[in-house]
Structure formats: structure tokens, C-alpha cells
Design a protein around this ligand. Structure first.
Ligand code: PMP
Length: 445
């Protein structure tokens, strides 16, 4: 069949008419879609992606560190040697060889899993979707850190979960606050289905749960019979080379562990996994089969080939160096340029710094001015399900060069100073904030 040269034009021309009728479907949508709303700052991000804007907003892994020529030849070998399998449907649970390799990868975090208990997923985002789908009825409570990963919160919302945030400080989740949250929710006769936590190099907070607190959190959840969902995509990206011991390493049946190759290899393959207690694993596979039949065989075998034929540990080390250099650039620039009254976390791994503005400033309200000054960030409210976080923002250092990071922080500091001057001139009410990361310790910047 010949190509129709006018097809694109016709589709483009038809688009506005379809767009104007979108509200025609509103009364048919399922209730669970009510929480599926586009981010209020999405339109600004379109502007933020212009080259003159330094974006400290996105969390894209920096795959400029990957040797694409080697990856290319791995992929070409894969098609010529294992094409019949790589281009075919596969098992719903994932490729058995890859599941064994995943168990080796997890050993770095102290986790000793069996390949039978691993389910390969389409990124750990699908793993989040699956665990939420199998555990959550509308109104069930999920405990999550304050702040928490925006992609998890939107999944939780789409299953109509009730997210109860638990305070963090520079050492991660605060055990005492967890205990209190469990007591309060239980007293209100609601059911806590799980604690969702990112203990290592947190997104968005950049902090890491200490070993002592890991043990305490595990014990609290055991005592209260609360399942832990441990999301660990950044665990191998610690800047001092030490890999934090996963909660799952000491947690066995009380913990479902989520991992991903998005940050240690490349997100484009969309390969993640869960390690779950046996019974949970069976439900996860059934849920996965009903949504995608099986994870993509091509991606799985590509990752498998990469792990077996390439020095992936060396590559993870190279990624750590690349991100450490950028973290240093960001912290140095913040130390040098940010006005008093602003404070931020000091990540020892991962991609993110959590910055809190001087009292009275609002990060979301300030964003248009920041974008005009050619710098972008994500306002803190995106990382809360309860409207908090207005004084805070997430800054990512993973993608821009160190020079661009410094320039971005310089532009941001200018905007913060202007906002402070405006507040001083016109007065302002205090912005809402919760204790913990969004409130300064006495000696913090
Ligand atoms: N969990 C966390 C904490 C993340 O930061 C991300 C990606 N930004 C994901 C899960 C999803 O990652 P992926 O689906 O690429 O594995």
C-alpha cells in the first residue's frame, strides 16, 4: 500500500474538532478517573523545555554516560542470535534467566531473593501499579513519606487510596511519627494496607534512612502487621560507593521490594521488577498478565545480555561519578548563592535536592517568575497528596552539565531574592508547612 502524503495534514486538521468534544465523555468516566488530573504546572514545563531555560525540574537519567556503540552491538547480536525468542511473547512473570540475574543484582543491597519470587515489570512504575491494584480498595490507607514520589502518588490516587503522609527529617522517615500515624489511622477504624517508602536517596527529598531507623521501621511495621513496599531505584547510586542495606534484606515476608534498571542502565528499556512473598507474587503475575500479557521480551533479553556481556558494575560506578560531580556543583552553588532563610537537603546519592524557601514564599506561585528568569523546578506541592509543600521545591541535578547547574542556581537565587524583597515591601502571611523536612533545624541553611 502506498503512503498517503496528506495523511498527517488531515489528522492534524481534524484534531481541534475532536478536542472540543472532550467533555462529551465526562459523565461516562469511572469514579477512579476523578483523581487523574494533569499537573497544574504542565504548561509551564512546555516552556521550561526550551533550550534557554535551565531545567532543574526533570528527573531524567543521564544516559550520555552510556557507551551507545556497545549497547548497539549488543542489540544487534541479540536479534541475530536470539531473535526468535526476543521478538516473541514470553512468560507473564518474566524471563527466567533475567530473573536469576536480578537476584545477583539485588545481592549488592543485601537482598537474597529466589528467582521464583521475582516478577519482571514494565519499569518499577508498573510494579507500583500492580501492588496498588492487588492491595487497594477505595478508601484504604497507604502510609507514605512526606514528601513522596509523584508517580506513586498518582497511582495511589487512581485506585482511590487515602494517602497519609508521615514526616521525614534528614535521616529519612521518622519512626516515632510512623508509630503515631499507625495509631491514629487504626483508631479511626480505617485499614492501612501498606507503607510505601523510598529509603535510599529519596525522590524527591534526597535523604537516606539510617540503618538504625531501617531496623526500627521494620519492627514497627511487623508489630502493627503493616506490609512495607520498598521502592529502591537509586540504591546503587550512592556517591561514597556504599550501597545501603535494603529493608527487604532483613524483612523477608513483610516487605515487597521494587527495583529498576532505569537509573543503572537506561529507562528506555522499561525493565523493573518486584521481589515479593510467594503468595503475593502469584497475584502480581495474574495482575500483570491481565494488563500487559508479558513484559517485553526484547527489552528483557537486552538487559540480560547487557548484564552478562558488559561490565555493568563499572558502568554503575561511572554513573555514580557523573551524578556526584553534578551533586557537588549544585550544593556548591546553593552554598555560595542562596539567600539566608533558604535551606536544603544534602543528598549522598540519587538525583535530587529538596529546597525550602524562606517563610512566606510560595514555590508554585514563584514558578512563572523563575521560568521568565530561565530556570525551572518542580514545586513541592506535587509531592504531597494533602496540599502541603508550598514552601518547598525539588531540584534535580542529574541531567544538566555542572556549569548549567551553577547557572540555574544563580538564576533561581535571583528570583528568590526578588520574591523576598517583594514580600518585605508588601508583607505576606506565613505559608502552610508541616514539620520535618519543610521546617528548618536551628543550624540549617
Ligand atoms: N520509583 C521512584 C522513586 C522513581 O523515582 C521512579 C522514576 N523516576 C520510579 C519509581 C519509576 O521508574 P521506572 O518505571 O523507570 O523504573
Amino acid at each position: 500500500m502506498g503512503q498517503d502524503p496528506d495523511a498527517t495534514q488531515r489528522i492534524t486538521a481534524a484534531a481541534p474538532a475532536t478536542g472540543s468534544r472532550l467533555d462529551a465523555y465526562v459523565d461516562r468516566y469511572a469514579t477512579r478517573t476523578h483523581g487523574m488530573t494533569a499537573s497544574e504546572v504542565r504548561s509551564l514545563f512546555a516552556v521550561a523545555s526550551r533550550p534557554e531555560v535551565v531545567s532543574l525540574a526533570g528527573g531524567m537519567p543521564n544516559i550520555s554516560g552510556l557507551p551507545l556503540d556497545i549497547v548497539g552491538s549488543l542489540l544487534s547480536d541479540l536479534v541475530s542470535t536470539r531473535g526468535q525468542t526476543a521478538l516473541q511473547y514470553g512468560s507473564g512473570q518474566g524471563d527466567p534467566g533475567l530473573r536469576e540475574q536480578i537476584c545477583e543484582v539485588m545481592q549488592a543491597t543485601g537482598v537474597r531473593g529466589h528467582p521464583d519470587d521475582v516478577t519482571v515489570t514494565v519499569g518499577s512504575q508498573q510494579a507500583l501499579d500492580l501492588v496498588t491494584r492487588i492491595f487497594i480498595d477505595p478508601g484504604d490507607v497507604i502510609l507514605a513519606e512526606a514528601p513522596s514520589y509523584v508517580g506513586a502518588l498518582s497511582t495511589f490516587r487512581s485506585y482511590q487510596a487515602d494517602v497519609v503522609h508521615v514526616e521525614m527529617d534528614d535521616d529519612g522517615l521518622v519512626p516515632e511519627r510512623l508509630r503515631e500515624a499507625i495509631t491514629t489511622v487504626t483508631a479511626s477504624e480505617r485499614r492501612i494496607k501498606f507503607l510505601y517508602t523510598i529509603p535510599s536517596f529519596h525522590n524527591p527529598a534526597g535523604v537516606t534512612l539510617t540503618p538504625e531507623r531501617r531496623a526500627e521501621v521494620l519492627q514497627i511495621c511487623r508489630d502493627a502487621d503493616v506490609l512495607i513496599i520498598e521502592d529502591d531505584p537509586y540504591g546503587l547510586l550512592g556517591f561514597d560507593g556504599a550501597v545501603p542495606r535494603a529493608i527487604r534484606a532483613d524483612g523477608d515476608d513483610g516487605v515487597v521490594y521494587l527495583g529498576s534498571f532505569s537509573k543503572t542502565f537506561a529507562p528506555g528499556f522499561r525493565v523493573g521488577w518486584t521481589l515479593a512473598p510467594h503468595a503475593v507474587r502469584e497475584k502480581l503475575v495474574l495482575a500483570a498478565e491481565s494488563s500487559v500479557l508479558c513484559p517485553p521480551a526484547f527489552s528483557q533479553l537486552a538487559v540480560s545480555q547487557y548484564l552478562s556481556a558488559f561490565d555493568w558494575r563499572g558502568q554503575v560506578k561511572a554513573f555514580r561519578e557523573l551524578y556526584r560531580e553534578r551533586r557537588d556543583a549544585m550544593l556548591d552553588a546553593l552554598d555560595d548563592l542562596m539567600p539566608d532563610g533558604t535551606y536544603w537537603t544534602r543528598p549522598n546519592g540519587g538525583f535530587y535536592v529538596w529546597l525550602t524557601l524562606p517563610d512566606g514564599l510560595d514555590a508554585k506561585a514563584m514558578l512563572p517568575r523563575a521560568v521568565t528568569n530561565r530556570v525551572a523546578y518542580v514545586p513541592g506541592t506535587a509531592f504531597y497528596s494533602d496540599g502541603f509543600g508550598s514552601r518547598s521545591m525539588r531540584l534535580s541535578y542529574c541531567y544538566p552539565t555542572p556549569e548549567r547547574i551553577r547557572e540555574g542556581v544563580r538564576r533561581l537565587a535571583q528570583v528568590v531574592e526578588q520574591e523576598m524583597e517583594l514580600r518585605a515591601a508588601f508583607g505576606a502571611s506565613s505559608s502552610s508547612r508541616r514539620p520535618g523536612l519543610d521546617a528548618p533545624a536551628p543550624d540549617q541553611h
